[in-house]
Design a protein around this ligand. Structure first.
Ligand code: 5GP
Ligand code: ZN
Length: 114
């Protein structure tokens, strides 16, 4: 828990969110500024600032973030066609420094990404 972190505050319920799923390890909610018809975020409850700050002990936790995200995509009518994004660093578009996986779906995705 980082008292200055927006996503830690969302996990705690201090800032409201449109929650999709929660268990002891992970939390999922719809993105406030969707970039696709369906766009949600899956985060670990543990505060990790981004992919580059992961340690080996976080591997299982982030694996769970991915597995739960795929399951939630199915449950929320996205199916098995979706884009997974982890932005790392300001230059890559990261604006919230609590690791989060974007799942975007409901439309065709271009490649390469911008
Ligand atoms: P980043 O740009 O760091 O990869 O992604 C941060 C994401 O968090 C953005 O897609 C942004 O729309 C979303 N976001 C920022 N603040 C809030 C918020 O207060 N609530 C929700 N649900 N999403 C947020
Ligand atoms: Zn945090």
């Amino acid at each position: 828990m980082d008292n200055n972190c927006l996503f830690c505050k969302i996990i705690k319920g201090d800032i409201p969110s449109d929650k999709i799923y929660e268990d002891d390890d992970v939390f999922a909610f719809w993105d406030i500024a969707p970039q696709a018809p369906k766009h949600f975020l899956v985060i670990p409850k543990k505060h990790i600032s981004g992919p580059a700050a992961m340690t080996a002990e976080d591997e299982q936790l982030i694996g769970k973030v991915i597995r739960v995200g795929a399951e939630l995509a199915r449950r929320n009518d996205i199916g098995d066609n979706f884009r997974v994004v982890f932005n790392n660093g300001e230059g890559a578009g990261q604006t919230v420094f609590h690791i989060h996986m974007h799942i975007l779906g409901g439309r065709n995705m271009g490649w390469p990404p911008g």
